[in-house]
Ligand binder design. Sequence first.
Ligand code: G3P
Ligand code: CA
Length: 353
Amino acid sequence: MTIVINKVAVLAAVLLAAGSVQAQETDMPKPPIAKQKSLSPVIVIAHRGASGLRPEHTIASYTLAIEQGADFIEPDLVLTKDDVFVARHENDITDTTDVAKHAEFAARRATKIIDGEKHVGWFTEDFTLAELKTLRAKERLPLLRPNNVQYDGQFEVPTLAEVIALAKQHKVGIYPETKHPSYFAGIGHPMEARLVAQLKAAGWDSADAPVFIQSFEVDNLKRLKGMTQVRLIQLMDAKGAPADGAAPSYAAMTTPEGLKAVAAYAYGIGPNIAMASDGTLIAAAHVAGLRVHPWTFRAENFFLPKSAWIGINPRGHGRVSAEITRYVEMGVDGFFTDFPAIGVEARAAANKD
Ligand code: G3P
Ligand code: CA
């Protein structure tokens, strides 16, 4: 037993050290204050596609999400050297592509400071789209999602244009996130006008377009407000502050005054699920007229509150469906999940009452 627990501890430590992995912070989910109604019909947003089951941000991941009933697919967006939007969670493509195996790109390895953090690796802004298209995606979390490793090396990095085409073909929406917009503007690749133009070209410029644009930064959303009618979502994390320095902290944005200020430019908020665990923020945001789309529901125990674990293996699946249902009953207007099929089922379970 000791050996098993040690292995579990090691796996958890490795996963925590991995980029873009955040364990659930609330040990015990709090009971809802009361059941609340959502302001809008609840949407299931496929986080980086069905990223629990395929390497994230690939056409295969988005296609599976659509097959599983997602209403929206989420491309995180960064720019190439020739200003093409591609779907990657960050401009550092070291952990999600096979770039390190390409000898012809070895000299492009660089050290950069992005939003105050040092990164060593390969970056989208140093590659043309044609060069990026020679790379293949790989699973970000091989220890946590070993079944996905079989797809390593199979899928390209998709462009936003390809994601839009897929969404239109299957009549689902897209939920793009501008990643590091201040950083990209600072190196001569501003995002906002380019994104608005591409969405307009797709026929999406109105508040009823099947599109939400999201950002952790504030000023780029304010600029977008003056450029498009597409609905905007202010993302919020459980710690820290927007990288553009436009607010002292995300916590300050959750006060009644903070939410009122957000409502002046945004349609809704996308909080870390830990921020919405007792329903208080959901109710306060609704008072300000803001929809609430928390992120991210993942099936693995590692990401769940301890009370929702099944067994002791961090990569085993826990009771995420019950977690989602609880949030839907607390009134969220949608939610991000790596497992859209589970999300669709959990939404249906909440609607049964
Ligand atoms: O965009 C919602 C959620 O995806 C934010 O977190 O880091 O997965 O982009 P991240
Ligand atoms: Ca995102």
